[in-house]
Design a protein around this ligand. Structure first.
Ligand code: SF4
Length: 337
């Protein structure tokens, strides 16, 4: 008789649980378990992660830049001609139009230069990949990995492993031969001048994705890659025995916490309140009118020193006041906390 398929657990949710058990339970209540992009539109275009896409964008923006330049040339000719002919009104209109157009022109130029710079980085990168047996984190760049022959794939469907119940889709998978390298992204604040901040909740995500890829694609995932925001610099993190064991031991702990949460008290508050001080789930937001009135989703609101009612996802979820630093500023915590 085959053993029952374990309850599915999202990889990001598992990472949240490692960060804080309450965060894991909140993540399990949400439907989506997707890897975030952390890409912000820069100068009106989204960063691209393939040379072909960069070149396509560059062609589009060069053509726009050409049109703005042609418009500027027409206005200059019109302005100069009207000055020579003494038609002051036309000269004034041309000058104003040129000023407005100049601002757009500068912006288009900045985009073209940025894309040209990314294209240069992609073309000049040397093939380089981290050693499969590395024992410590190795700096990498996206373009070096692609030059080394990796194909970057965005999965259309999440990976599922019936044996562990893990489900998830890394931001990208790098494939080369039998290698299947999961890639995740963190906010750009996790990287500064070559220094990086990768925590256990991120490492376990990489290890869980490695496990999923090995189970579903029958490949090898000796490391995972972390990129930061819209940078092309990243870090390869070895997925060794210890991390793999952490996945095995955390999964049953998480399922047990889920089971208990249905009938028993929630997991205790983190022993160190500093964890909540910057946690986005404890960030207090002013309640909207609809949130105040909702009978379906009750909020755990607390009145701030500005008279507004504040609540947070974690506060609502566990009917308490997370000691977020903003909660302190807004006077939402009991005196002495
Ligand atoms: S606010 Fe605190 S308790 Fe709530 S999820 Fe964040 S760290 Fe955990």
């Amino acid at each position: 008789m085959s053993s029952p398929v374990p309850h599915p657990v999202g990889v990001r949710t598992l990472g949240e649980f490692v960060f804080c058990p309450r965060a894991g339970l909140l993540a399990a209540r949400r439907e989506a378990d997707e890897e975030p992009e952390y890409d912000e539109p820069r100068l009106d275009f989204m960063p691209q992660y393939s040379l072909a896409a960069v070149e396509e964008q560059l062609a589009v923006w060069l053509s726009r830049f050409g049109r703005w330049s042609a418009g500027g040339a027409v206005l200059i000719v019109a302005g100069v001609t009207s000055v020579v002919l003494g038609v002051k009104a036309v000269a004034a209109i041309s000058a104003v139009a040129l000023f407005v157009l100049g601002r757009f022109w500068v912006r288009e130029l900045a985009v073209v230069m940025r894309l040209a710079d990314v294209r240069r980085q992609a073309l000049q990168a040397s093939p380089k990949e981290p050693p499969a047996d590395a024992s410590s984190a190795t700096p990498v760049t996206w373009w070096e990995l692609l030059k080394a022959g990796f194909d970057s794939v965005r999965l259309q469907e999440p990976l599922r492993d019936e044996q562990t119940g893990l489900v998830g889709s890394p931001w990208r998978v790098l494939r080369k031969g039998s290698l299947r390298i999961p890639v995740i992204k963190l906010e750009s604040a996790h990287f500064d001048s070559g220094r990086f901040w990768i925590y256990p909740q991120h490492e376990i995500r990489l290890a869980a994705y490695a496990r999923l890829l090995e189970a579903c694609e029958r490949g090898e995932s000796p490391y995972g890659v972390v990129l930061f925001g819209d940078r092309f610099e990243g870090v390869a993190v070895p997925v060794g025995k210890e991390l793999r064991e952490a996945v095995e031991t955390t999964l049953p702990r998480f399922r047990e916490a889920l089971r208990k949460s249905a009938t028993e008290a929630p997991p205790p508050e983190p022993p160190d309140p500093a964890l909540c001080a910057g946690c986005p789930l404890g960030f207090p937001k002013a309640a909207t009118e609809a949130e105040r009135r909702s009978v379906v989703k009750k909020i755990h609101g607390v009145q701030g020193n500005d008279g507004k009612l504040y609540h947070s996802e974690c506060g609502d979820g566990f009917a308490w006041r997370p000691p977020h630093r903003r909660a302190r500023q807004k006077g939402l915590l009991p005196p002495g906390e």
